[in-house]
Design a binder for this molecule. Structure first.
Ligand code: ADP
Ligand code: NI
Length: 217
């Protein structure tokens, strides 16, 4: 099987596995991350095959939908790629990408670095920003039945990984706990440029939100 066929089979696999996923972590999230990763990769020196496989498989079993178990994603990806006889070095790289891509409050040490992970991480972060990022965030908050906004509950910027995962704060707090922090954490130049536009859009959105909240606009 050539690389193109492997990518096609991976697309089919991911669509099937994520068929019932929450709307912000479904196939279309993967589709957008895959597209953005390819866009960013045009200005980076990377192994395209690893970028595509990593982007497609990065949320194959997100730990927050698997009782916090972070080993399911890499294991699922490995079993799938082994079934297609993908090189061991590529499989190990993809496993490392899946294990190290996540934000989880932003206070974690990242144990693995590669140019390919940098690109995919930027693409994943971009999907948490801008118009799409706003949509995903409210979808997730609705999925968890959280309040949209509560002026009495302040954002918490120093959350541990556990506190971040278990937070029941209003959805608007997530903007301050994650979305607005992403612009300064981009790895690549191309990613940073896209992030700046999406960041500005979120700031405009929030200004409008608070004015509407108080009925002044
Ligand atoms: P990561 O895997 O980088 O930690 P997450 O999967 O936690 O990222 O977040 C992906 C998206 O899911 C966020 O950008 C946001 O849209 C939504 N999300 C996650 N946690 C929350 C939350 N506590 N409140 C609202 N949205 C959330
Ligand atoms: Ni993702």
């Amino acid at each position: 099987m050539n690389q193109e066929q492997i990518i096609e089979r991976t697309v089919d696999f991911v669509k099937a596995v994520l068929a019932d996923a929450e709307g912000g972590h479904d196939w279309w999230h993967i589709y957008r991350v895959w597209k953005s990763a390819k866009q960013i990769a045009q200005s980076e020196e990377v192994d395209w095959f690893v970028v595509e496989l990593g982007a497609l498989l990065h949320d194959i079993a997100d730990s927050k939908f698997h009782g916090g178990d972070e080993s399911v994603g890499p294991q699922k990806a490995r079993a799938f790629l082994e079934s297609l006889n993908v090189d061991e070095a590529v499989i190990v790289h993809v496993e490392n990408i899946i294990s190290n891509i996540s934000f989880k409050g932003g206070n974690q040490i990242q144990h693995f670095k590669s140019a390919e992970l940098d690109v995919i991480q930027d693409a994943d972060r971009l999907d948490a920003m801008g118009a799409i990022g706003i949509a995903r965030t409210f979808n997730y908050g609705g999925h968890k039945n959280r309040e949209i906004y509560n002026p009495d509950i302040e954002p918490n910027l120093n959350m541990s990984k556990e506190a971040y995962k278990n937070s029941v704060a209003p959805t608007l707090n997530h903007f301050y706990e994650k979305l607005l922090l992403l612009k300064d954490r981009m790895n690549t130049k191309a990613g940073r440029k896209m992030a700046e536009k999406r960041h500005a859009f979120m700031e405009t959105y929030l200004e409008q939100f608070y004015q509407e909240w108080e009925g002044v606009l």
